[in-house]
Design a protein around this ligand. Sequence first.
Ligand code: C2E
Ligand code: CA
Ligand code: CA
Ligand code: CA
Length: 279
Amino acid sequence: AKEEGKGRYVLYDKSMHEAFNERMNIEKHLRGAMTGHEFELYYQPQLDIRSGFISGFEALIRWNSPELGFVSPLSFIKVAEDSRLIIDIGEWVLREACQFMKDIHDRLGHPYKISVNISVIQLLQDDFTMMVLDSLQESGLEPGFLELEITESIFMESFESIVSKLEFLKSRGIRIALDDFGTGYSSLSYLQQLPISTLKMDKTFIDSLSVKAYSQSFVQTIVQLGHNMGLEVVAEGVEEASQLEFLKDTGCDKVQGYLISRPVPEREVLQLLETLQDY
Ligand code: C2E
Ligand code: CA
Ligand code: CA
Ligand code: CA
């Protein structure tokens, strides 16, 4: 067992080295991915629990690299942030998502909301707010149907400047969601200062529902906290009917997860809406 311990260090070094090489390799191919049209957006529906209707979608980026194959956002978003490529990629995501949702509105005559993930690197850009307003204007999508998903990592950056940008966008009718809520750095006092409209409760809380005895009261508390602050509460990563049942009882507003649907490509969205009409 001791030898194994010694061996593990070697392995550890090697895997650090490999991880570094992998990141370099991803960055190399990421540089040409925008011009190569290698990105695509997938859309995952959100179900309004009370009405039983789909109320909107989250846009999730997919990268099919000719050299690397399908690369998960979990492996390339961080690289895109560190290399600042996320600025262009994120702008493309926003414009594409707004355009698509506007098309859906026009075709179906029914407004669905679109949620777009925004990296803190994008929020730090001087022209971020103008870029968002321009995406709306260009697409013709009404601001109330756009929701920007930010994470608690903004607490580590120029918090005040970010908050004022978010306040400006909120004043224009755009919604702000706090993503992965409960996993990051936010204290409740920070939470109060954020101009958010939605709390997205992280999947880890939903996962623990069936395993940990106290987790039910945890989830109930988060839902209550959100409602007391006048926020909408969305549960992420809902995979089981029993979880949905529990969330319904707690008064949680919306659910997103494989139970309702996996994220689907653009061309499958209309069909998905037909299938899910009477969930
Ligand atoms: P996220 O924003 O928390 O997105 C939710 C992730 O959970 C997505 O993974 C989604 O496919 C997955 N998911 C949804 N329902 C379920 C479920 O029931 N079970 C399980 N196991 N997973 C579920 P995905 O698409 O791989 O994205 C991973 C992360 O990458 C996202 O986490 C987000 O942080 C980031 N990301 C994705 N697209 C973008 C983007 O356009 N811009 C930025 N900045 N980040 C993005
Ligand atoms: Ca998200
Ligand atoms: Ca999330
Ligand atoms: Ca996440």
